[in-house]
Ligand binder design. Structure first.
Ligand SMILES: [Zn+2]
Length: 207
């Protein structure tokens, strides 16, 4: 039997934007910001962050360890299940997986910020069965989360070139909080939520 492809997973044949697709836009406030040469609806989120986009090319293979930026954002904004893409939000609490990241301070249940979209109860056993990352990570826990609040985006920060002509990637894997001024050179590929009212649940106890 083939392994089901998670909705949020990236596909190897899809094409990420080229640096030539980006341009320097100077809005009325005079601060140059990153933009696409050919803008499309939905390029920016409600906070004005520019999002990475992909041109869809068929024929690729599923990259289980990588998330597609557009589908990650869709799942995080709408609380959709990362595996089946259906609504994951539940009255009694929404399910998320979390684990101790190697270079992060020890996990505290009341301080979790995650870019990993939720799961619907049906897809939890599927993930545990097929996801090598969850199987091999002793710190992985299933959480029931009363409330999750969109809190920021992650991506690459670009610096405008001295001639104001193009963008130069300067900082990969940066985080930009919605509570701080938006970074004009951020190309977002992840949306984050902070989790509140978190309890650990045993996967076998899911009704
Ligand atoms: Zn699901």
């Amino acid at each position: 039997m083939s392994v089901p492809a998670p909705y949020v997973a990236a596909v190897s044949s899809d094409l990420a934007p080229l640096e030539t697709d980006l341009c320097v836009e100077v809005p009325r406030n005079g601060v140059p910001r990153i933009a696409y040469v050919k803008p499309r609806p939905g390029d920016r989120d409600a906070h004005g962050n520019l999002w990475g986009r992909h041109d869809r090319v068929t024929g690729g293979r599923v990259l289980f360890g990588e998330m597609d930026a557009e589908r990650q954002r869709e799942c995080m904004e709408g609380l959709l299940c990362q595996i089946c893409g259906q609504p994951a939000e539940r009255e009694g609490g929404t399910l998320f997986f979390e684990w101790q990241r190697p270079d992060a301070p020890p996990m505290q249940l009341n301080r979790i910020r995650t870019d990993m979209p939720p799961l619907c109860p049906t897809c939890v056993p599927v993930s545990l069965r097929y996801c090598p990352h969850l199987r091999d990570s002793p710190s992985a826990v299933l959480l029931r989360v009363r409330k999750s609040i969109p809190c920021g985006v992650g991506g690459t920060i670009y610096q405008v070139s001295p001639d104001m002509n193009h963008w130069i990637p300067s900082f990969a894997d940066a985080y930009s909080s919605y509570n701080k001024p938006r970074h004009p050179g951020m190309l977002a590929v992840r949306m984050f939520r902070k989790l509140r009212g978190v309890t650990v649940v045993a996967p076998e106890c899911l009704a």
